[in-house]
Design a protein. Structure first.
Length: 288
């Protein structure tokens, strides 16, 4: 269940209502990675070490989105609450001129953060993310409603013991083009299977998923002043390319990289291409 050793040892930081585990590697200007639902820091295991090796300090938190191991019963797990938790993470570690790199649900949280507490953010990479009306995307809204039924979250997590089911659309089939390694799927899926408290956190977050949060954030996109780079899977089955085009019209997007041979979890399917896009963006838009 441990994340990849490539991320180095885990640390913890106490935030409002939550103790958050994170990995801190490299030195230089900070890059903070924001994952999505039912994954954790392991999502960035082939990206963050390469960015760190190129001269950046990479911080990779595991947010309480269902693949975490420290229960957070007192945390505000609404999308706004989680965006505020991210803002507090940046403040507590005194991170400034931060490059935020977000994927999937993490992109929705990042959009909310950008419109609530942008002071420590220097630039943003949105890599195939929820936005506007698509939060959450279908069919995952159905999964969220199912998880609210008494005992259903346990049924779902126990069913996922069967590895042959992992390529189904409601698991990894819609979000990764290629199978995910066994040790990584264990890192993602075992916490909610083993802990009733983690399942309770997951249910609390799922119960709040509503595109009202992302639509409200979008109303304030005209206030965003930092450069944004989009990295999008040209074959994405959840977030079509039209979503990237809409974001490019509304945010100060300075470039878009389209990635072939990938679905939504670009860090899983094409980590090398995502890494190259991040490094080029940070090079071109470094603060003097």
């Amino acid at each position: 269940m441990a994340v990849s050793p490539a991320l180095g040892p885990a640390r913890t930081v106490d935030l409002t209502g939550a103790r958050v585990e994170y990995h801190d590697l490299g030195a230089g200007r900070p890059v903070v990675f924001v994952h999505g639902l039912l994954v954790n820091a392991d999502l960035w295991r082939e990206v963050a070490p390469e960015i760190a090796g190129a001269g950046h300090r990479c911080l990779v938190p595991t947010l309480p989105l269902g693949a975490h191991t420290i229960p957070t019963p007192d945390a505000d797990l609404t999308p706004t609450g989680l965006a505020d938790l991210l803002a507090e993470f940046l403040e507590r570690l005194d991170l400034r001129d931060v490059t935020l790199v977000a994927n999937d649900t993490g992109g929705a949280l990042t959009q909310i953060l950008l419109t609530r507490a942008p002071e420590r953010i220097g630039r943003v990479v949105l890599a195939a993310v929820d936005s506007y009306e698509t939060f959450p995307p279908q069919p995952f809204a159905t999964l969220g409603r199912l998880a609210q039924l008494p005992g259903m979250a346990r049924v779902i997590t126990e069913t996922l013991r069967v590895r042959a089911l992992h390529r189904l659309p409601l698991v990894f089939g819609l979000i990764t083009k290629y199978p995910v390694a066994r040790e990584v799927t264990d890192s993602y899926l075992l916490p909610s299977r083993r802990s009733a408290a983690i399942r309770a956190d997951l249910r609390r977050f799922l119960a709040t998923l509503d595109n009202g949060y992302t639509l409200a954030a979008a109303e304030h996109f005209d206030r965003v002043r930092v450069p944004v780079h989009l990295v999008w899977a040209s074959e994405d089955r959840l977030f079509p390319v039209a979503h990237a085009e809409r974001l490019a019209r509304d945010l100060p997007v300075v470039g878009t990289t389209f990635v072939a041979d990938s679905y939504t979890l670009i860090p899983e399917d094409q980590p090398g291409l995502l890494t190259a896009a991040i490094l080029e963006f940070t090079r071109l838009h470094a603060t003097p």
